[in-house]
Ligand binder design. Sequence first.
Ligand code: SF4
Length: 341
Amino acid sequence: MSAARKKAILISGGAVRIPKDFHLPFRASRSTAGPGAGSVSIVFCFEGIRVKKSISRDSGEFELVEGQNGLSIMWKGEVLVDRVELQPTIYHSPEQAFINLHQECIYDCKFCTSPRLPRDSTKGLDKEKVLTMIDQVIDREDLRCISITSAVVISPEATVNEMIEVVGLIRRKVGPDMPIGVEPYVSKLEDIDRLKEAGATEIKMNIETWDRDIFRKVCGEMDIDWILEALAHAVKVFGKSKVTTNIIFGMGETDENVLEGVEALAKMGIVPSLRPLRTNDINRRPLTEALGEIEHMTPDRILRLGEAAKKIYAKYGLSPLDYKTMCHACKCCDIVPFSDI
Ligand code: SF4
């Protein structure tokens, strides 16, 4: 079985059970954003692949076992991955300080776990706390980039203004060479210029789906045409292969629709993250209420879309590997063309 298929099986499956007495060599990641938000996760590495998985001491579809040759991951009673290694995260991601400023959001996208997390795990960060966090990791040899995301608190304007201030402070602290990625929700095109001027080098603004009917059902308070206009402007400001977006699949759209979106974005100079939908106890009900029964994610579909997207990127001279920050640099949650396949 190819390493990419093993990753696709892990991505589409449940948690990894780790032995009750297994001592993790470093702290697990407790993310407040991204597909693993709300769970305790670990990054597993094998055959040049990285995958971040929720872990549990009690139960899981997969099982981590310790043997004479090191660690393996078992699935359905057989070894799925032999000689797996664990990789530390800096904040949320390996080799990356990926910081979520806020998770309480004025919007209600149905797939998003962050705003639905219990209050005791919310981590609203002010700029002093962010700078302290950066200070704590700035000398690490494995730190390659810094990324900043945030839910939209109070208003898009207030959140972007805060992000611009935080990026400016970080840029002054880390100097000119460190890549800085930002993931804002903007309400004015000039916000994009201000983020660039503050020191951001890459930007991600999420359209979430290319299917407009699904967009209306899951992100009804947002405007997909506005996000596309903002993405086009961002390419002018940040450049080709510096702007990215998420396309989540598994919400009822067709493969053709996903790939039409990939092609339209690639034509603009944008490499999206093709992200398999993850359901969990927190987002399952809102998703089902909005979309009806949620289809089961299969490794075949994950690989098929990854392969097809790779051909489109090749046609436009693009690659996710050209990006230095955020998910394309992290590679933990999606099949990454030119790296995994
Ligand atoms: S791929 Fe993106 S969402 Fe997943 S762990 Fe990495 S940075 Fe987070």
